[in-house]
Design a protein around this ligand. Structure first.
Ligand code: N01
Length: 553
């Protein structure tokens, strides 16, 4: 149920007619309301959750925290907002970020255009009427000229289909569907499956509560120390004094994050001791951007990357006392940075605790969940009171594919994307007029400071709608040729890097049967933004803009 104290919009009984229907009430959906409503458009966002906030509403697992610094990971559209909000720590915790999102919703009066507890199950473009018709799980109908998919990239939680889960007598949880009143693991035998960003953040905290914690690791991940700390008041003051300039500087970087000097040398152009000293300094500073930005070629040259990977492996070996556990934790099957680099607080140290055991489920995979725990194919059994799935999401395409998106002309999004997602600029899909996607596949979103990408995408969409309105146009569609060229470019850029060497969610590799296609655009936020601006300046090159003519009756 909606939280009445927050006063969400109430459900509409009849067919609702809008200029823009927005799917999702997270950071993207909320900014889309603000921006599009500001242009006089009638908009409404539909959110499956009982509260706003998207990722930050759902992912309430212990230790959930952003891995981009708070002063960067925030909206830039209002200088008053960025000046007045005080972030208490270097990296925002989930509760703090959710508080911020709720503050933004109140401050800009966004709630009246958000409908909570409403899952969109289908979206059909009616070509004759030139409008989208969305249906909710409760059979409500929404008609809208335009549809903005702002349903998130990591919003479709995935629990592996291990047989026997239904028989488990203990409790089980997924990181992305965490109970709102928290979970107390005190005195319990807990199993955490998965060692991505979510697992790495929760493991040190659960270890402190549990009687015993078994961590079931399939792939060792690289993790760097976050070096979280209370916000330094001088740093905050200086940052705020230069906020607009910093935001502009961020837009001119690949990750949309300012404050990290551009690298100037390839890694192997530097003597070993100087290179290791540079890595050490980045390690002490904390954070992932700074580390990956140490040299120009860490994500394009395997030899260069090996030096950084080995530096971190040695840090792991130097931290974890049991040599066998240390070797298992030291990633060897992918170059550092090609899977999402984790940030942690005491992750590796946690394996020195007597009550923590690392289990290698690469060499001996999980076979089934039993009534009392789990069993591996090699017949190892583990008695557990609680199981936590930190097993990730059907990333980037999951949310769109859960909705039955089609057109009256017979196009079906699930079919169109059967061999991997196809988009033009990550913003539109050929054959699906008037539907925009925010930070979807083909966009750099997930490889950047996400809120910067959200603002850039939504601004581009808003400007596009303004351009059309000024010219009496009401229909826009990406051409199949522009889409094919963009997808080719996205692939070519990815293939010029080391990213495809990892079995990551960027590649769809975590979902059995999902096409192995590298989905994000890794050419950088700066390059992408310039390209999008150029496309707009050339009259929306690659898109067909038209005025819909109603068929005579
Ligand atoms: O999910 P993941 P996540 N048997 O997909 C393992 C963002 N995020 O929720 O690597 C055994 O990364 C799987 O193993 P493998 C961030 O972008 C950000 O942790 O597939 N294990 C992997 O270890 C992040 O990248 C923040 O071999 C199985 C793990 O489960 C993204 O969300 C915090 C398995 C899944 O890792 C997703 O992170 C949290 C199986 N059958 C998340 N199936 C911050 O901002 C899967 N695994 C800090």
């Amino acid at each position: 149920m909606p939280d009445a104290s927050h006063g969400p919009a109430s459900r509409q009984p009849d067919v609702v007619s809008l200029d823009v229907a927005i799917v999702g009430g997270g950071l993207a959906g909320l900014y889309a309301i603000h921006r599009l409503r500001g242009q006089g458009l009638k908009v409404r966002a539909y959110e499956a959750g009982s509260g706003i906030g998207g990722t930050w509403f759902w992912n309430r697992y212990p230790g959930a925290r952003c891995d981009v610094e708070s002063l960067e990971y925030s909206y830039s559209f209002s200088d008053e907002l960025q000046q007045e909000w005080k972030w208490p720590e270097r990296y925002g915790t989930q509760p703090e970020i959710l508080r911020y999102i709720n503050h933004v919703a109140d401050r800009f009066d966004l709630r009246r255009d958000v409908q909570l507890d409403t899952r969109i199950v289908s979206a059909v473009f009616d070509g004759a009427a030139n409008q989208w018709v969305l249906r909710t799980a409760d059979d409500e109908t929404i008609q809208a000229r335009y549809c903005v998919m702002a349903a998130g990239n990591l919003s479709t939680p995935r629990v592996p289909d291990f047989p026997g889960l239904g028989s488990f007598r203990g409790k089980w949880y997924h990181s992305g569907l965490w109970p709102h009143d928290g979970v107390d693991f005190t005195g319990l035998r807990v199993g955490v499956i998965g060692t991505g960003s979510s697992g790495v953040q929760m493991i040190p905290i659960i270890a402190r509560q549990a009687r015993h914690l078994h961590v079931f690791q399939r792939t060792a991940n690289f993790s760097l120390p976050a070096r979280n700390a209370p916000m330094d008041p001088t740093r905050e003051r200086n940052h705020k004094a230069e906020y607009p300039a910093r935001r502009r500087a961020a837009a001119d970087t690949p990750f949309a994050i300012a404050g990290h000097p551009k690298p100037t040398h390839p890694a192997l152009a530097v003597p070993d001791d100087a290179r290791n000293a540079a890595y050490e300094s980045k390690w002490q500073e904390g954070g992932s951007i700074s580390f990956l930005y140490a040299y120009t070629d860490l994500l394009v040259s395997k030899e260069a990357n090996d030096t950084a990977s080995e530096f971190v492996r040695n840090k792991i070996r130097g931290t974890v006392k049991d040599p066998r556990t240390a070797e298992l934790l030291a990633p060897k099957d992918h170059p550092i940075g090609t899977k999402r680099l984790c940030l942690d607080t005491n992750y590796y140290e946690t394996y020195n605790r007597d009550n923590v055991t690392l289990v290698d489920v690469r060499s001996d995979p999980i076979d089934r969940i039993t009534e009392t725990g789990l069993r591996t194919k090699g017949e190892q059994t583990f008695e557990l009171d609680a199981i936590v799935f930190a097993t990730g999401f059907d990333a980037m395409t999951g949310a769109q594919r859960e909705i039955d998106v089609r057109t009256s002309a017979g196009a079906v999004l699930r079919d169109h994307w059967e061999g991997g997602p196809l988009t033009y600029l990550g913003l539109m899909v050929s054959g699906f007029p008037n539907m925009f996607v925010v930070t979807g596949p083909g966009s750099p979103g997930v490889k950047t400071q996400m809120i910067a990408s959200i603002e850039q995408h939504v601004d581009w969409i808003a400007d596009c709608l303004d351009h059309m309105r000024a010219r009496g146009l009401d229909r826009i569609e990406a051409s199949a040729q522009a889409e094919a060229a963009w997808v080719g470019h996205v692939n070519a850029v990815a293939d010029s890097t080391l990213y495809p060497l990892a079995n990551s969610w960027y590649m769809g590799a975590n979902i059995p049967g999902k096409p192995r296609v590298f989905m994000p655009y890794v050419g950088g936020f700066d390059r992408y933004k310039r390209h999008c601006d150029a496309v707009a300046a050339k009259g929306y090159e690659g898109f067909a803009l038209s005025r819909h003519v109603k068929a005579a009756v």
